[in-house]
Design a protein around this ligand. Sequence first.
Ligand SMILES: Nc1nc2c(c(=O)[nH]1)N[C@H]1C(S)=C(S)[C@@H](COP(=O)(O)O)O[C@H]1N2
Ligand SMILES: [Mo]
Length: 302
Amino acid sequence: MLIRTASDIVPSEITPQAVYLNRRQFMAASAGLLLPLSAIAALPAGKSPYSTSDTPNSRKDITSYNNFYEFGTGKDEPALYAGRLKTRPWTVTVDGEVGSPRSFDLDSLLKLKLQERIYRMRCVEGWSMVIPWIGFPLAELLKQVQPNSRAKFVAFETALRPGEMPGVARRVLDWPYREGLRMDEAMHPLTIMAVGLYGDVLPGQNGAPIRLVVPWKYGFKSIKSVTRIHLVEKQPPTSWNLAAPGEYGFYSNVNPEVDHPRWSQATERRIGEFFKRKTLPFNGYGEQVAGLYRGMDLRKNF
Ligand SMILES: Nc1nc2c(c(=O)[nH]1)N[C@H]1C(S)=C(S)[C@@H](COP(=O)(O)O)O[C@H]1N2
Ligand SMILES: [Mo]
């Protein structure tokens, strides 16, 4: 057997990581094994046409300044404690007004067509970040369970595990964390379920192992660590709307003209920048989504 030292190997002989992972993934699939977790690192082949050309925030910003109240209300607490959440095994149950309700094991969801999409996320408190998500359109998942004609809204729930979530001992919100979308919002191609960011699996603090991302709405709509997706006829209750109905509406589309009762929504600070930016209607995605709300009074439906 020929033994070579590192200095004998030219760079072109080193299998690029992506090719290596694809091969491993292929071998695992053909052997009937679960996909290795690391496989998703290899998956996003190209950029999605839905991506913004804004420069993404650093991985450090994205993973150290978070809102995830199940792990505490401090922006630094999710990074400290969210790793306690056990993300395997993980099932997402999709049921309600559907022809074929199903519980999906996370690993089967990772086989849906994953893409990298760079989205602006905007928090209601006036800060924003640009995050390179890896995910698949929520519509792809919903189509698999065949929504019926009574399915008008989609309700989402986060896992509730007091033993792993130090923040739920305090009733800052009515747990589990709940969110909702209208059916047409849920089916819109901009709406994704994210399973990774920056070419890797989702860090705990960003909602591991799977979270919703709705880039034209305030950050709290993008619910983390989702275990249940329930299709319903009536507009479902949502955590922030239950907690403070005058401050957080069901729609929560980014709207610089409708202020939060306690602060202006006209400007935002991109994390890492010094000067504030003007906030754009629908967070800059108006061309794609304004039509969903034609004829609606967006002051009343905030
Ligand atoms: N389950 C759950 N999901 C959640 C939250 C939360 O506290 N719990 N916070 C929301 C808020 S207010 C924001 S701004 C975003 C933050 O996502 P990020 O930390 O990945 O940037 O997550 C949203 N999803
Ligand atoms: Mo937020």
